[in-house]
Design a protein around this ligand. Sequence first.
Ligand code: D41
Length: 788
Amino acid sequence: MPSAQTAAERIAELRSEIDAHNYRYYVLDEPSVPDAEYDRLFNELKALEAEHPELVTPESPTQRVGGAALAAFGQVRHEVPMLSLGNAFDEQDLLDFDRRVRDGLDLPGGDLFSAGAEVEYSCEPKLDGLAVSLLYENGHLVRGATRGDGSTGEDISANVRTVRNIPLKLHGSGWPSVLEVRGEIYMPKAGFEALNARQVESGGKPFANPRNAAAGSLRQLDPKITAARPLELCAYGVGRSDGELPDTHVGILNALREWGLPISRELKLAKGVVECRAYYEAIGEKRDALAYEIDGVVFKVNSVAQQRELGFRAREPRWAIAHKFPAREEITELLGVEFQVGRTGAITPVARLKPVQVAGVTVSNATLHNMDEVARLGVMIGDTVIVRRAGDVIPQILGVIAERRPAHARPVHVPERCPVCGSAVERTQLIKRSKGRESVSEGSIYRCVGRLACQAQLKQAIIHFVSRRAMDIDGLGDKIVEQLVDRGLVGSPADLYCLSYEQIVELEGFADLSTRNLLDAIDASRKPTLARFIFALGIPDVGEETAKLLARALGSLDRIACALPDVLVYLPDVGLEVAHEIHSFFEDEHNRTVIAQLRERGVELQGEGELHPEFAACATLAGLLDKLNIPFIASTGAQRLAERFGSLDAIIAADWLDLRQVERLTEKAARSLRDYFDKSANAERARAIEAQLREFGMHWESERKSVEGLPLAGQTWVLTGTLDSMSRDDAKARLEALGAKVSGSVSAKTSVVVAGPGAGSKLTKANELGLTVLDEETFLRHLGQLQA
Ligand code: D41
């Protein structure tokens, strides 16, 4: 991770960038960045989220692989979840995978004298397309769906039916009455080239690569367009099936072939990991000669019984792995470094390269992430650099060939002024907030201080503001936003609401009707829900889900705007960093003005209303004391204080003797508490929090009920990653109802860890400590048993 930013900032930046790309890619069908760049952002986000599972939010793009669903496609719930595949990037990863499989199956390992038991694996190329589910009932194709996030996809039945190698009716006999086939829909290289030639001829834009082309084609609302695209299916497995199937993976695929479904011609069996390796090498040799793009090979334990025994974890089967082909590297020259400005003003260095072919693609740019990365690489303009472009990752500069540094090489300097607006560039030391304490962390970030006065930031802010999930102003694409900003017609989101017919009709590509349509769309956006509006404001770190939560819990913009960070953290999943972002956003004079203007210009929030009782229910005096993070006052101490004194005022007023009477409160703790509240600023802060909590309708609940006798009494559980079937808060509530304590951190005292997808360091730690780890399925079963 770039150390010049906090993880939360980078994550927020990545999410909004990815969301913007997704929208263009999936909804507008005009990718704004090469696939590889998109994937790099995505992978960086995934890696960061794995490192910081507490920052994973349900609206993160990682939680819905596949991008925004078009409103016009129906949703399909996958009864059997569509799992994802773990990756092996090198031989060691593959050996580790094989080791885990053999351990999981209790097979003897090898030694010097014997090879040990070997697992039979099926091997197939990993096609670079789009995973789909095809449902056959009584042999008839009744539904096609995208994988979506693995649980829910989109109904693309009409489009799937246009794919020529998908049978609409199964051949032969013996198929289960309900059979859900899974496979990859892809566009062969030749078809892709022909399609792109046609696109260019007809004045359209070529697709960046076959996978984009396949995904874009399947997401066409008009199946006629899909039909004209050269798509193909390759089946790789089965989801639901009501009936007998062969007991090996290869057996199942062969059965599918008998029933008319295309499977890979390269399907092979390998005995043991050594043969897998050989297969990988052989396919690697063949890669360029294949008619379709692949980005690796997939190995699967062949025996279905063994697959069952191994099961899955965090939505990845333990019995399958994708072995990726290595990144391809080339050498080229760094011609210069340009600086881009993001939505939040962050200034990012971008390498301009002497164009070079990497894995068949011309690469002329590479991101340098940030100045720390520049420093880490020690790269200078004029240097010869190693660039890597993996099949699915954006070009990266791996390093510098120092011996080739020319005499004229010059260092990379951050501009003193924003390259877009000329405002000052400010270097901010990153501040890490944790548990109420602030500490300066290493690294720094460069930001243009121009905010909405900076055209780059303004454009991005407006693009976000009008996007579908925000104010949803139809017909206000990026190009139009750019024109509006460039012509000085719009200087803030509020200005959208004073655009005139005359101003719009002048824009490139506008005529009478389109102008009226846009004005209507702007008008129609004047009544957003509070949640949409909050999301549209583009508060750093506040995605759609957080916006919804704020709206639901606090019910009015005014309450949200005046909420103290210490109060906001009472909301589930709002951490201190986000709370501070929200607070400082609304403290900002300029932001207040824009919001006031929006209201003056007719933006009326819908459904502003009451406080939600759910929010009011979560405050306790003990909780408040705990959240103040007074040294030596932990949650039990806080609880005893709350029980003894019953009110914050009483605690603040308590003298040393009073405090010493609190059962089992140590002298150190009492002294610390006294010292804390002796500082009037602390007492005031605590009172302000309490006052606001009350104002927001909280009442101090009586302290926790006794949990004795409940099935999970005395146990401490940790939830990490995301759960599919319930929110983390629901899971927490259910566990607590059973008497368990739910903690945020893993330690030797932890009883059980529940790990969903995206689980990261907590899961690692749990494994290191040898703790019981449950996946969601097992967890649910467990809950079911306990509640039964
Ligand atoms: O060719 C592929 N892209 C491919 C994808 C494949 N040959 N096999 C696959 N097998 C699975 C499991 C083992 C989980 C049934 C897959 C995928 N999954 C997959 N594709 C996209 C997400 C997961």
